[in-house]
Ligand binder design. Structure first.
Ligand code: SAM
Length: 315
């Protein structure tokens, strides 16, 4: 596999995210979403000889780039796993509770979206796949071919926030009975015809495609598991920075952090007598939600939906 596929990724909130980690030269850091290594390279440039960085990605092309970086820099290691599994990875490496900072820059990279062969794009025709790791799980084509209409509608509605999910799912099921879907453009065309309310400036298949992508890659499930695992992996004083690209992700991050700021008492019935310790926060928030600057928005339109939240582990 070639490392440089010709598709580039412009890192979002590069300086802001690395600054948020409050790096210590000899610290041990974790980049849960290596991508093309924009954040990782800047982190490494600030670490000393004793510093370490562990990268994760599901995507084989990201892993190839990461392996090339690891060959150049002995402080860096990359693994092809979901960050949802970071708990067992850090435990195997004897790093549980010892990680100084964790970064999650969620979602897909530009090379994944732009390369039609990856099957994410409704604009450029390609095989209907959408898996970040094409060797794991089922492709979008398999899901669309086998799932009941109600399940397809749920995915469009819950993960794509598509108002006409039911109608669009029925159109998909009707068509697949005559001919299965194998290409992104074919599916996009059927969704487009079934969508009665086109939003200005938005392809009518956008929401359904987002829903499919999130489902096929278990993006929200991985995020929930990954956040819990990240908290356990961090040392006291360690930082967690998460960049989200849509409201479903950001909501999970926001609620997760809010729960830990309030302490466990959040889950208890209101009138129950509890020890003071139960109310002690597990994290503190570092600043408010951060967005891309005007200059970044101009230079990289994909940064417009980015929001970063940062927390520090207290106990
Ligand atoms: C927005 S890009 C990250 C870009 C990266 N920060 C950079 O500067 O190049 C997201 C990357 O995370 C990967 N990814 C998404 N969810 C993942 C997960 N649960 N586990 C591991 N990698 C994941 C994707 O394959 C993609 O390469």
């Amino acid at each position: 596999m070639t490392i440089d596929s010709g598709f580039n990724h412009i890192t979002v909130l590069l300086d802001e995210a690395v600054e948020a980690l409050a790096l210590r030269a000899d610290g041990c850091y974790l980049d849960g979403t290596f991508g093309r290594g924009g954040h990782s390279r800047l982190i490494l440039s600030k670490l000393g000889p004793q510093g370490r960085l562990l990268g994760f990605d599901k995507d084989p092309q990201a892993i190839a780039t990461g392996q090339a970086l690891a060959a150049e820099d002995g402080r860096f290691v990359i693994v092809q796993r979901s960050f949802a599994e970071l708990g067992s990875e850090v435990a195997e490496r004897g790093l549980a509770g010892k990680v100084s900072g964790i970064l999650l820059d969620l979602g897909v990279s530009s090379p994944q979206l732009d390369d039609p062969e990856r099957g994410f794009s409704f604009l450029n025709d390609g095989p209907l796949d959408m898996r970040m790791n094409p060797d794991q799980g089922i492709s979008a084509a398999e899901f669309i071919a086998t799932a009941p209409a109600e399940e397809i509608a749920r995915v469009f509605k819950e993960y794509g926030e598509e108002r006409f999910a039911g109608r669009m799912a029925r159109a998909v099921v009707e068509r697949r009975e005559k001919q299965p879907f194998t290409r992104t453009a074919d599916l996009a065309e059927v969704l487009k015809v079934a969508n009665p309310a086109w939003e200005k400036g938005k392809n009518p298949a956008t929401r359904a495609f987002q829903g499919l992508r999130i489902h096929v890659n278990n993006e929200l499930g991985d995020l929930e598991t990954g956040l819990e695992a990240a908290l356990d992996a961090l040392e006291v004083g360690g930082r967690l920075a998460v960049i989200s690209f849509h409201s479903l992700e950001d909501r999970i991050v926001k609620l997760f952090m809010r729960k830990l700021v309030k302490g466990e008492a959040d889950n208890l019935p209101r009138n129950l007598p509890v020890q003071h310790k139960v109310f002690e926060p597990k994290i503190k928030l570092i600043g408010k939600a951060q967005f891309a600057s005007e200059a970044e928005l101009k230079a990289n339109p994909r940064s417009r939906s980015a929001v970063m939240r940062v927390a520090e582990k207290l106990r």
